[in-house]
Design a protein around this ligand. Sequence first.
Ligand code: BF8
Ligand code: SF4
Length: 619
Amino acid sequence: DPRTDVSITSDGNLLFDKAVKDNVETVWHRHEAQQPQCGFCDMGLSCRICIMGPCRVDPFGQGPQTGVCGADADIIVARNLCRMIAAGAASHSDHGRDLVEVLEAVSKGEAPGYKIRSEEKLRRVAREYGIQTEGKDVLTVAGELADAMMEDYGMRRKSVTLVNRAPEKRRKVWEKAGITPRGIDRETSEMMHRTHMGVDNDWVSLLTQGLRNALSDGWGGSMIATEVSDILFGVPAPKPTMVNAGVLKKGQVNIVVHGHNPVVSEMVSKACISEEMLALAKAKGAAGINLVGVCCTGNELLMRRGIAMAGNHLMTELILSTGAVDMMIVDYQCIMPSIGKAAACYHTKMISTSDKARFPGMEHHEFHPDNAEEKAKTLVKAAIENFGNRKQVYIPVAPQEAVGGFSIETILGALGGTPAPLIDAIKAGKIRGAVGVVGCNNPKIKHDYGHVTLIKKLIENDILVVDTGCVSVASAKAGFKVPSAIEMAGPGLKEICGALGIPPVLHLGSCVDNVRILVLVSALADALGVDISDLPVAGSAPEWYSEKAVTIGVYCVASGITTHLGPMPPVTGSMNVVKLLTEGLNDVVGATFGVEPDPEKAAVFLIRVIEKKRKALGL
Ligand code: BF8
Ligand code: SF4
């Protein structure tokens, strides 16, 4: 066995032991089998962009210093990083596009089961797109907004629409640097073009396009994904929920949704509460139907419906070894291709749903806007049928309470409609600043150790934490997301959160919902008449693994938010690239990256960033 203490969580460790006992191979086993991982790739010095290669540059200066085409370490490292940014931007933005297609189908009456849940938000966002909304019925507005958003994906002459949400000072910074994103697909496509052999061979110019590409995600594709999800499924508001593997129920049909896009999970959640299904479950001897989530589609449901969360990225294989999952339904992103095989050791039915994401060991049931409602019912029925096939069930922990659902609308609502009370608390020094802690798990780090250690330190030091993605599950499991968690906070943060009745760590949603952070910092900057880069705020991804996380990090920095990364990105093969990311970007966008694997030290880094910003603001 690779390790016996893979996690800081007890459900993680106990279920890992169970998986080992059941001969289930896990991500930790496969990570171990890959050791030692390739040093060239780790430093970003290998290239397989063309077939004159693959090539490697020798970091010690003895072997080749260029690839066959003549690309040196700077070019190779920059190209590799830029292709990661493009892949991340493509993933989020394509997810956004799927939602826009549902919005369009709703407007045409071709998506039974879906509807406009927030007309207020629909009209508000439509106006941002310059759409005349008065006197028009809701479906007409929906159709026009879907059309306008589709335009954002293409070749706009000037910029994607929602960059107008950024403070004016920030937009000027982007214009000066030439990184205002023009079209969502355009920037990703251009990034792929520039990194083809023999196109852009200036590492600075490549990385500049990398910034623009990432901004096309943050202020484009991801922002559209979040806004349209709110329009179709409702604007989140705080709701109590439960987290960890203990949310699975012994006597009930357990259905787990995994992936990212709420278009599938929302329909499943609707089917689970229908009278017809409940009656069927009872007829089969189950006390009810228990829908829970993992990863970001779980976050989407948790935010809007308070649906319980079984675990984050590294828990997705382990919860199958409870033997209690009757069906897992996946859409796309971060779904390990191993889980079909893991499920085969149990009775669990595995279902894939997206035309663009297939997995070994899964049954494919394709969801489209016109059939989603029916498909969801068919699947829930099949899960109920499967309940009787369970063998042994092992649910080793009791669930932990948490509160999620903090959209910017609710946060500002709780503050009386303006960010002024928050700004006053920051000015008075009761809250020193805020950090967005985001991103994944990575088997290179003990599961959840980075997240929990860092967040604990931050709140102790009166720093408000907002989190998304897999971090938000880790912090909820650690008990940071109940109002009584203010006892773990410093005195100032405790006072403010106590008065508002909120926890010191606010769950803002899934990874596309990182754009909620952009909207919040824009509101704060506007209220103070400063740029985002002047605010005492920072970002952190203590256990990141994915290309999407790279893109998020880059759009945060390009938006003026200094960002910490736990694992080192594959850039150390070029000191020029490292210096640009950790120092040089400050002159361009007023923020940089910092890399620190130790979360205790990372907390010190982030506290210093915040204190420096405070000082510059005269606070
Ligand atoms: O989009 S945090 S492991 S699940 S990439 Fe994936 Fe990372 Fe989790 Fe969600 Ni985000
Ligand atoms: Fe090698 Fe250049 Fe081809 Fe990359 S693009 S594989 S460095 S020849």
